[in-house]
Ligand binder design. Structure first.
Ligand SMILES: [Zn+2]
Length: 307
């Protein structure tokens, strides 16, 4: 292991949702009224993740849906009591770019209240479902600040099928919005075969061989940056119920389920991980100039930030 791998504190996030909370595809579970009757895996799968984290004495950030916290308050309380950070993953797991600003405000405000009530923690970290803050909906940022959030972990600085902001800064930075400052911690990306690609979570973690994921960690650490890694509880459960999805979506959601827990254990044993808040504290995150690199010409924000 290199010195950087031994010392750099990396962020580990769990996006807390059910096996049927998939994005951007028709399923029998579009309507939240169907969710309570659906089979549930989230408690069992989360226990596996909690054990993995306990193995290496590591705290993580659990970004939960408000709906989930209402349905399983004891799960959120248990995660919080174990010393993990609780963040918000929307209320109904709706894509941000499909909402109107006032709907978004309602989602993140209601979810935050429930998460704080249930966990007893102040909830300041947000991740958009499906990483769906794109350059078309940067209006979400001042709303997040107004609703009490201090950190956003929603951006993937690469092209994706939904979400993703190409050419966005991969470096954590402070964004000045009209409503105040918001720390932005993007998902990690690496340069590989001439392309910018994520490697440290979700389908990428399940699809790529471990040596390629380690390559991404090494490349990120060489740039002096912490890695932002993430997983969903369903991704370590090969026996989860399967949705009847189109071929590409089926591949995306179900590839590598069998090897995911092994890969995750290897990463957790190789690198140092902590909560998003701990990593940003460790990293400093005081750079207010990075936003000039953001490709967001439609938003009006870069002009204000560049001064
Ligand atoms: Zn999600």
């Amino acid at each position: 292991m290199t010195a950087a791998a031994a010392t750099m504190l990396n962020a580990f996030c769990i996006d807390l949702e059910e096996w049927f909370h998939v994005c951007d595809v028709e399923t029998p579970y579009q309507d939240p009224a169907t969710w309570s009757e659906a089979p549930s895996c989230v408690e069992k799968d989360t226990e596996v993740l909690l054990s993995l984290l306990d193995e290496v004495d590591t705290k993580a950030t659990f970004l939960s849906m408000g709906w989930l916290a209402e349905k399983y308050p004891e799960l959120i309380k248990r995660i919080s009591d174990l010393g993990h950070e609780i963040g918000c993953h929307g209320y109904y797991h709706r894509l941000v770019y499909e909402q109107k600003p006032e709907e978004f405000r309602e989602e993140i405000s209601t979810a935050r209240k429930i998460l704080e009530d249930v966990s007893g923690q102040q909830v300041t970290c947000f991740r958009a479902p499906g990483f769906s803050i794109t350059s078309d909906c940067f209006w979400a940022y001042p709303i997040l600040v107004e609703e009490g959030y201090e950190i956003d972990v929603s951006i993937v600085p690469a092209s994706r099928d939904h979400g993703g902001v190409k050419d966005f800064s991969p470096v954590p930075f402070v964004m000045e919005t009209d409503a105040g400052a918001l720390k932005i911690f993007p998902v990690s990306v690496m340069q590989f075969a001439g392309r910018t690609i994520p490697f440290s979570g979700g389908g990428y973690l399940r699809l790529f061989p471990l040596r390629m994921i380690h390559y991404g960690f090494r490349q990120t650490h060489r740039r002096g940056l912490p890695v932002m890694a993430y997983i969903h509880p369903r991704e370590i459960n090969p026996t989860q119920p399967r949705l009847d999805l189109p071929l590409l979506k089926r591949f995306k959601y179900y590839v590598g389920l069998e090897s995911c827990e092994r890969k995750l254990r290897s990463l957790l044993h190789t690198y140092r991980f902590g909560t998003v808040s701990d990593v940003l504290h460790d990293f400093g995150c005081t750079d207010r100039k990075q936003y000039r690199d953001v490709d967001s010409r439609q938003t009006g924000y870069p002009a204000q930030l560049a001064k």
